[in-house]
Design a protein around this ligand. Structure first.
Ligand SMILES: Cc1cc2nc3c(=O)[nH]c(=O)nc-3n(C[C@H](O)[C@H](O)[C@H](O)COP(=O)(O)OP(=O)(O)OC[C@H]3O[C@@H](n4cnc5c(N)ncnc54)[C@H](O)[C@@H]3O)c2cc1C
Length: 481
């Protein structure tokens, strides 16, 4: 038997069900698919690349490490460039592959691609085996008593939390590779990637990529008391280590989700107080949010292209690109919004509280479409993930499944509450470093080199509510408002 393990968003060897199920010789396989790499989206009449250089650079780092791991274990990772629907059969035929193993992906485009690949390979007599890996539970496992998908998080969470969780799968101690003479048959298909060759660049200060870094972050977060203190620290963007920062690793699968859960179980054994118990529970709830968004995208793929609430399909958004640019560059005059947008541009990551604040600001204060923000996040976030990003944006824009539709954050109050000392603001807005917290939050103070607030929050939120009512009258109402 000779198996090709097709890696996609699972760039690791530990806790890897598809690799662990291999019997006989194995080759790791990854395709640089131009249809994904160079995917474009039309935003305000502009054709823009979905993925940015930071994310691609992080992925290349993960792949470099994965290749080293394969070599250490006795096999190799074959990198190719092109359309997987054509390349998989070609490689399978040249290497006399009998089995293809891969993990399921619930994104609409991936489902169609995987179906096409399976059809072609099956017609050649190659056995294609799909394994579940994205979540602790499969997208179809958590359904209501009447076998319906969930649309609201809380009942989904109750069902999810009540179920036993799978154990991680161990790292293989060694792999059987394929002889060099056989591998010579694909020499012309081998691809040696670089960021430049792929046509990307970035100027971000990125976190360390790869499985070792992912596992290190996970252990540091769970073994000390950060996880157990999560409930207290997670809302404050200035708090170093208040959250796990595992999202890029969960996005590219450099840590296995069962390994993540196992660490929470080990941490739970050290609990000394109700507060610590709550910390673990809240973090597990975040893992469930990730799976909730995967679940709803799977069952309602139309979410990827438009608002879930019909009334929001009729909402009149502004078409002001200049305003959008101020938001992107962190020049709105709202401290927390600007600090967060600058953090995103500099590091490819942003704290969850800030994601909610900047998303609310874009949609409820600037009255610009959540889809513009969704694109910008997807382009710059190294954890940019269709399900989580779309879910976060639809939640923030009041266009999604959240039963509380008119949540509007006051950006000034949010800054005072979640960055009371102004540390995060000063870190990312260097022109304000000389100011005390009292000065930062002193309302209408004029600051040299820093813009005045570009809109009036109170006026804009009234305008948002007015447009929301109009849209509701035009396009009807879904669920309880
Ligand atoms: C507008 C908006 C856009 C977002 N876009 C993305 C995105 O593209 N990719 C992404 O991974 N997350 C996204 N999130 C969710 C969340 O902000 C990040 O997952 C989180 O900030 C990552 O930091 P962390 O790893 O330290 O999280 P922790 O607080 O340590 O949480 C652990 C893990 O749980 C998952 N998680 C946590 N919160 C959420 C959530 N609300 N929704 C889904 N999963 C969650 C993530 O995988 C995260 O790594 C978005 C949120 C909003 C409001």
């Amino acid at each position: 038997m000779r198996t090709l393990v097709w890696h996609r968003r699972d760039l690791r060897v530990d806790d890897h069900p598809a690799l662990a199920a291999v019997v006989g010789a194995v080759v790791g396989f990854f395709v640089f698919d131009p249809a994904i790499l160079y995917a474009e989206q039309v935003i305000a009449g502009r054709c823009l690349r979905v993925h940015g250089g930071g994310k691609v650079a992080f992925m290349l780092g993960c792949l470099a490490e994965l290749g080293q791991r394969y070599r250490k274990l006795g096999s190799e990772l074959l990198l190719v460039y092109g359309d997987p629907v054509l390349l998989l059969p070609k490689v399978a035929q040249r290497l006399a592959i009998t089995h293809i193993h891969a993990h399921r992906d619930g994104e609409p485009g991936a489902i169609a691609r995987d179906r096409a690949v399976t059809e072609r390979l099956s017609a050649m007599g190659v056995m294609v085996r799909w394994f579940d890996d994205l979540g602790l539970h499969t997208t179809t496992e958590i359904v209501t008593k009447t076998q319906e998908p969930y649309r609201v998080f809380t009942p989904f969470w109750r069902n999810w939390a009540a179920r036993p969780k799978p154990q991680p799968v161990d790292t293989p101690s060694q792999l059987v590779g394929v002889d060099a003479e056989v591998m010579a048959a694909v020499a012309d298909l081998r691809y040696e990637p670089s960021l430049e060759k792929l046509g990307f660049s970035h100027a971000m200060d990125l976190p360390v990529a790869g499985e070792a870094a992912g596992l290190r972050l996970l252990t540091e977060f769970c073994v000390g008391d950060r996880l157990r203190r999560y409930d207290r620290g997670r809302e404050f963007p200035a708090a170093a280590g208040g959250t796990s920062q595992l999202s890029p690793h969960l996005r590219f699968g450099t840590v296995g989700i069962r390994r993540v859960w196992q660490q929470t179980v080990l941490a739970a054994e050290l609990i000394r107080s109700d507060e610590e118990q709550q910390g673990i529970l809240t973090w597990r709830q975040e893992l469930a949010w990730r799976e909730f968004y995967q679940h709803v995208l799977y069952f309602f793929p139309e979410l990827a292209t438009g608002a879930y609430r019909p009334q929001m399909q009729c909402f009149t958004w502004e078409q002001d690109w200049e305003r959008f640019e101020f938001w992107c560059q962190g020049q709105t005059g709202y401290l927390l919004v600007d600090a967060a947008m600058r953090q995103l541009k500099a590091t490819g990551w942003m704290h969850n509280r800030c994601r909610m604040v900047v998303a609310s600001f874009l949609t409820k204060d600037l009255l610009l479409s959540w889809q513009w923000g969704e694109w910008y996040f997807m382009h710059h976030l190294i954890d940019g993930d269709l399900a989580a990003n779309n879910g976060g944006w639809q939640w923030s824009a009041s266009s999604g499944m959240d039963p509380k539709p008119l949540r509007i954050f006051n950006p000034h109050t949010q800054a005072k509450k979640f960055d009371p000392e102004g540390e995060y603001i000063r870190q990312w807005i260097p022109e304000l470093r000389g100011q005390t917290a009292a000065e930062l939050f002193a309302g209408d103070l004029w600051r040299p080199n820093y813009p005045r607030p570009m809109v009036d929050h109170n006026r804009q939120q009234l305008e948002f509510k007015r447009r929301y009512q109009v849209a509701k009258e035009q396009c009807g109402k879904l669920g309880e408002d």
